[in-house]
Design a protein around this ligand. Structure first.
Ligand SMILES: *Cc1c(COP(=O)(O)O)cnc(C)c1O
Length: 405
């Protein structure tokens, strides 16, 4: 059995202090801390093996090229993609979704429907809204219930042969809701639509199998799964990626260039113009290794027990608090409001106690509007968090209510 105290030693940031208190990092939905192995992989590359890829015959460049190819293979394995050519390195989830919504421009006809849900992050909301405006398509947002789950009847009813694309999150960053992605995909495919899944919140917390889900595109960011910032992944089905036009033009994505004509490289290079984030790709590989070594059985067990504990403590000690998002299937995250106290003031008090949480609309303003609130405070847990940190959170919230409530 792995001990959490031992695991915490893998993450240098977890033994730092904030405002004179040991840091209680409960903002993993925004970004996760990095294990030493990820930091080492990046440092080692810059210090001992730095060179660019796809350039020159010299050994260092070949080694860097190989290292990136290895991570592409590792990524395919991590999400059960059938081919490594289907793994496109991008800056993150945001860029992945923008790429797809942009490159599918010619696919969406005027009068067709693009369907998303009412719990999307702005990154999976605005690109589709803009596509619909550009193409004269209908932008349809499926409502969510009082518990923060998708209204599946409304979803099923909205789908038709007029549906071009359906896009939804695997797990909601604002509510923690785990969507029935397999069933949602199956229904969308039955209607003949393309399906994109925003996996930003899922990738660190649950095993992902894109083939079992049956979707067409899956997007995520490395920094939310213990990897570096500035790198993320778009997975797409080969036939679709091959049919789509390039996103950006430049070096590395061409086959040949002349004054008369330019032809493009095959995937994945077609979508990876310019010098990539080589060190970050290598860091992402180390993050996958770390997660794989820990195992999702352990991760899920640990995070679920933290969720149960947090919910019990909130219920027992904090009658002033209302939890927003009570889905039956929920990730390890508690989003809440406190009677008479603004989330930003709660965030400030928690900050003074060394507790990092997110206060705001979580880039999901339509979710806040749905619940008639401007913002929530969100504590989002990782396997490296402890019951003691949740106790500190609960105590600090009691204090905040005494002072401000
Ligand atoms: C964080 C997040 C995004 C955006 O990810 P970036 O890394 O900022 O591009 C998109 N969707 C969800 C659900 C997220 O949590």
């Amino acid at each position: 059995m792995k001990s959490v105290q031992k695991i915490r030693q893998d993450f240098p940031m977890l033994s730092t202090h904030m405002n004179g208190h040991p840091l209680a990092y409960l903002d993993n939905g925004a970004t996760t801390q990095k294990p030493q192995s990820v930091i080492d992989a990046i440092t080692h590359f810059y210090r001992d093996e730095y060179a660019t890829i796809h350039r020159g015959v010299y050994e260092l460049s070949q080694k860097a090229t190989q290292a990136c190819d290895d991570v592409r293979a590792k990524t395919a394995q991590f999400i059960h993609a059938p081919s490594i050519d289907e793994i496109i390195f991008v800056r993150g989830t945001t860029e992945a979704i923008n790429l797809v919504s942009h490159c599918l421009g010619a696919y969406v006809q005027p009068g067709q429907d693009v369907i998303i849900t009412g719990m999307e992050h702005h990154a999976n909301f605005v690109p589709w809204q803009m596509l619909c405006i550009r193409n004269g398509a209908n932008f349809k947002v499926i409502p969510i219930t009082d518990t923060g789950e998708l209204d599946m009847d409304a979803y099923a009813k909205a789908l038709s042969e007029n549906t071009a694309i359906v896009a939804f999150g695997h797990i909601s960053n604002a509510l923690g809701t785990i969507n029935p992605v397999q069933e949602m995909t199956m229904l969308a495919k039955k209607a003949g639509a393309l399906v994109l899944i925003d996996g930003a919140q899922a990738i660190a917390h649950a095993p992902v199998d894109v083939q079992a889900i049956g979707c067409d595109f899956y997007a995520f960011s490395a920094h939310k799964c213990y990897g570096p910032t500035g790198i993320g992944v778009l997975w797409g089905k080969k036939t679709l990626l091959e049919a789509m036009p390039p996103y950006q033009f430049g070096g590395d994505m061409i086959e040949s260039v002349s004054i008369n004509k330019t032809t493009f490289a095959p995937i994945p290079a077609k979508f990876e113009s310019g010098t990539p984030a080589i060190a970050e790709i290598i860091g992402l590989g180390a993050a996958f290794d770390y997660i794989t070594k820990l195992g999702f059985d352990f991760i899920q067990k640990q995070e679920h027990s933290l969720l149960i504990y947090a919910q019990e403590q909130f219920e027992a000690c904090l009658p002033c608090i209302q939890v927003i998002g009570k889905a039956k299937h929920k990730a390890s995250l508690v989003s809440f409001i406190m009677e008479g106290v603004h989330p930003h003031d709660i965030g400030t008090i928690l900050d003074q106690e060394g507790i990092a949480v997110r206060a705001g609309h979580h880039c999901a303003q339509p979710v806040m509007t749905r619940f008639g609130i401007p913002a929530t405070t969100r504590a989002s847990m990782s396997f490296y968090n402890t019951q003691e940190e949740i106790d500190r959170l609960v105590n600090a919230l009691e204090k905040a209510y005494r002072l401000l409530g």
